[in-house]
Design a protein around this ligand. Structure first.
Ligand SMILES: Nc1ncnc2c1ncn2[C@@H]1O[C@H](COP(=O)(O)OP(=O)(O)O)[C@@H](O)[C@H]1O
Ligand SMILES: [Mg+2]
Length: 635
């Protein structure tokens, strides 16, 4: 085939027709010094704050300090090859990331480069990482819940779409676990997720990606990863980039959730960067604008009104505390910015209460409006009950005798606590949550031994899934409990309880513990009285009159244990007295060894006159009692 010269001229003409000469202006400056990821650049008088600067070798930087005759810029990427005198050009652009549905299922760097080896990302749109948050007029109040699938959170600390809920706690308390469970629970729903890893090691990010993939959650999730080994700049940009990726969905009228794991490390990165930029350090060496760092990020979470598309962006920032110190600088900042917080405590976590949420001090300030009505109906009082239970439980460790109301509250509380425990990666659908919590708060659990509550919960969930499918789907559809649904729930709970081997509802504890009165006259008198007074004062909630065997037997066992303990203590005391007496009666060499016995004698004397009861009510009672009595306090 031959090509004529006119073919060539045609092609050239066609090309020339579309040619437009655009004037590209870019300022050029020169590097004065470079180091620590920071470059001082001479010239560039026209650079914008936050503008992308082009360094030799395809490396970009961001202009942060605009000074009279120089610009200080952070370099995003390797800077070892940069030299004094190298050229730096302005680009006229603010730092941008690719956004769009093409990013779903991908792991990207804070600049939008793929990190997962799945090929290039062909996104069609770019968005600036820094953006002014939507204004008041464009917003709407939060009215739809984000179902986390975690019973304790959905029931007591509901999160609304467009809300900012802080997750705060020491390391290894299950913060990341809550984020992952929440993301996993969005399968088949309409919420897109962005998980931003800041300053974590690459292995944990890989683990997160693998977990999400395993549970089929990666397909609607974007992971933005800045590892601890990357320059502080990338860690600094990461949450803004993640936010921009989430905002894309919000601007499309869709719903998105963005998790920042965690903002403590973000603040560290910013501190490092600021100190290198020679900005003056303030409290805890953070720069003065560290509050603004997080407020402008979290303010971008919003629920837009109908006129503005009706989309939403929910933010779940994480803060890691040191030794439960929530009053440190960064934690207090972020607490004051967010709309509520979920406190995770390591002592609860270690005691097996997982998720280790501290009910008393966790709060969701706007999510209540968004909570599903059915859930509000069943879980309304639970938060208060549980918070009171924790206080009572702490207090009753020292008290030897409790009235029945207190004991009932303790019994109920321990069962509810048990009911809210939940393993990882097992999100519970709304209908099941409502059923289980309804049963728990309406006394259907009261006769189940605490140790079997978990088993009961699993069984009842299975029962609801299998035998009460229509009930569950009705609850999820209507989102509220009417009389009919309540009746159905009642029937289901009763039927299951029969299967499980417990009958009816309500606490069946009304027997006064009279036999103990012999041991400790003063203390026990009160208890017996309380026990007798109770039945009239608080009509038993029991619907069935027959006493429950299991409940009774576990109580008997506890009593027997208590008695055995008391006998052992008594024996111990007598033995010691006997020895002390023997020593006193003995010869002179016994005089020395008699001294240590003195305090013991005093304790026994004090106990004999009943002072012990007064002591028991004091928090320091443990120390004051003789060592031989210590076991008593924990019963
Ligand atoms: N509900 C839970 N049940 C059982 N184990 C959990 C639960 N939540 C977290 N864990 C475990 O506790 C450990 C710490 O959790 P993680 O979420 O990594 O804590 P953090 O992010 O606070 O450091 C992990 O090994 C995780 O598997
Ligand atoms: Mg974590």
């Amino acid at each position: 085939m031959s090509i004529g010269s006119h073919d060539i001229t045609d092609v050239i003409k066609a090309r020339l027709k579309d040619f437009k000469a655009e004037l590209v202006t870019s300022e050029v400056g020169r590097i004065i010094t470079v180091g620590d990821g920071i470059a001082q650049v001479y010239g560039l008088q026209g650079a914008m704050a936050g503008e992308l600067l082009e360094f030799p070798g395809d490396v970009y930087g961001m202009a942060l300090n605009l000074e009279e005759d120089q610009v200080r810029a952070v370099i995003m990427g390797p800077y070892e090859h940069l030299l004094e005198g190298d050229q730096v050009k302005t680009t006229g652009r603010i730092v941008q990331v690719p956004v769009g549905p093409e990013l779903l299922g991908r792991v990207v760097s804070p600049l939008g480069e793929p990190l997962d080896g799945k090929g290039p990302i062909n996104s069609k749109k770019m968005a600036a990482v820094e953006k002014v948050a939507p204004g008041v007029i464009t917003r709407q109040r939060v009215d739809t819940p984000v179902q986390t699938g975690i019973k304790a959170i959905d029931a007591m600390i509901p999160i609304g779409r467009g809300q900012r809920e802080l997750i705060i706690g020491d390391r290894q308390t299950g913060k990341t676990a809550i984020l992952l469970d929440t993301i996993i629970n969005q399968k088949g729903k309409d919420l897109f997720c962005v998980y931003v890893a800041i300053g974590q090691n690459a292995a944990s990010i890989a683990r997160v990606a693998a977990t999400l993939e395993q549970y089929g959650a990666l397909e609607y999730t974007v992971i933005v990863a800045a590892t601890a080994s990357e320059p502080a700049t990338l860690n600094y940009i990461a949450p803004y980039a993640g936010c921009a990726i989430g905002e894309y969905f919000m601007d499309q009228g869709q719903e998105a959730l963005v998790c920042y794991d965690d903002l403590t490390k973000h603040a560290w990165a910013y501190r490092e960067m600021s100190l290198n930029l020679r900005r003056p350090p303030g409290r805890e060496a953070y720069p003065g604008d560290v509050f603004y760092l997080h407020s402008r990020l979290l303010e971008r979470a919003a629920k837009m009104n109908k006129a503005n598309g009706g989309g939403s962006l929910t933010a779940l920032p994480v803060i890691e505390t040191q030794a439960n110190d929530v009053s440190a600088y960064i934690p207090t900042n972020v607490i004051s910015i967010t709309d509520g917080q979920i406190y995770l405590q390591s002592d609860l976590f270690n005691a097996g209460v997982r998720p280790a949420m501290s009910v008393g001090i966790s709060v969701s300030r706007v999510g209540g409006d968004a909570q599903t009505k059915a859930m509000r109906q069943v879980a309304g009082r639970m938060k208060l009950e549980l918070a009171q239970y924790r206080e009572l439980a702490a207090f009753s460790q020292f008290a030897s005798d409790l009235d029945k109301a207190t004991r009932d509250q303790l019994e109920r509380g321990s069962r509810l606590t048990e009911l809210l425990k939940q393993p990882q990666y097992g999100p519970v659908p709304l209908g099941i949550q409502v059923g289980v919590i309804w049963a728990g708060t309406n006394g259907y659990l009261d006769k189940v031994p605490v140790a079997r509550v978990k088993e009961w919960e699993e069984g009842f969930s299975r029962y609801l899934r299998a035998d009460a499918k229509t009930l569950v789907s009705e609850v999820e559809k209507k989102k509220a409990l009417d009389d009919d649904l309540t009746k159905q729930l009642e029937r289901a709970a009763k039927a299951f309880n029969r299967q499980f081997g417990v009958e009816g509802a309500g606490a069946a504890e009304a027997e006064p513990e009279a036999e103990e009165a012999k041991g400790e006259p003063k203390a026990e008198a009160g208890k017996a009285e309380a026990g007798k007074a109770e039945p009239e004062a608080r009509p038993a909630k029991a619907e069935s009159a027959e006493p429950d065997e299991e409940r009774r037997s576990s109580k008997d066992r506890r009593e027997a244990e208590r008695r055995a303990e008391k006998a052992a203590v008594e024996k111990d005391r007598r033995e010691k007295e006997r020895r002390a007496a023997a020593r006193r009666a003995g010869d002179q060499k016994g005089a020395k060894s008699a001294k240590p016995a003195e305090p013991e004698r005093r304790t026994t004397a004090r106990r004999a006159d009943g002072a012990e009861r007064r002591q028991a009510e004091r928090p320091d009672a443990k120390e004051r009692r003789g060592p031989e009595r210590r076991t008593k306090g924990t019963k």
